[in-house]
Design a protein. Structure first.
Length: 153
């Protein structure tokens, strides 16, 4: 499936970033309100905002255009390592996109027991950061996660 997505992305005109290095993707909900589910594509080794800072593109499921770009705040964080979306994570009534920044498998340039992961939650429609959590020292927050539908009685 990953190779099929990369092949499909190669046919899109003007997709920025090194999409061939994409390692994560998910259906993230309808970011632009056109009634079509859009795709989030994670490039954790992208260097546009610093070495291995990472980027995430939200791509229209209707026509393939880039709707939004999100990126890491500094180099060597691996923003976009894992993605989950399509649900309201923070309970504000809007669909969110969870983005992990994690360095698993990256060259080790940090001191031992440094922070190894972060979780960022963005409101999908606006691209604004809703909240962020950094891992406790030496833990692996953001290595992987999945979204689940909210169940209410």
């Amino acid at each position: 499936m990953h190779l099929l997505l990369v092949a499909a992305l190669a046919s899109l005109p003007g997709l920025p970033g090194d999409y061939a290095r994409a390692s994560t993707f998910c259906a993230c909900g309808d970011a632009d309100g056109d009634g079509t589910v859009d795709i989030a594509l994670g490039l954790p080794r992208d260097d546009a905002h610093g070495e291995d800072a990472g980027r995430v593109f939200v791509i229209s499921g209707k026509d393939g255009r880039v709707l939004r770009e999100l990126h890491g705040e500094k180099g060597l964080v691996g923003f976009g390592y894992a993605l989950a979306g399509g649900v309201d994570i923070d309970g504000d009534g809007q669909i969110d996109l969870a983005v992990a920044a994690h360095r698993d498998g990256f060259p080790q340039r940090d001191p031992p027991n440094s922070r190894s992961g972060e979780l960022h939650v963005f409101t999908l429609g606006t691209g604004k950061l809703a909240w962020k959590v950094a891992s406790p020292l030496g833990t692996a927050l953001g290595r992987s996660f999945a979204s689940a539908a909210h169940a209410s009685s």
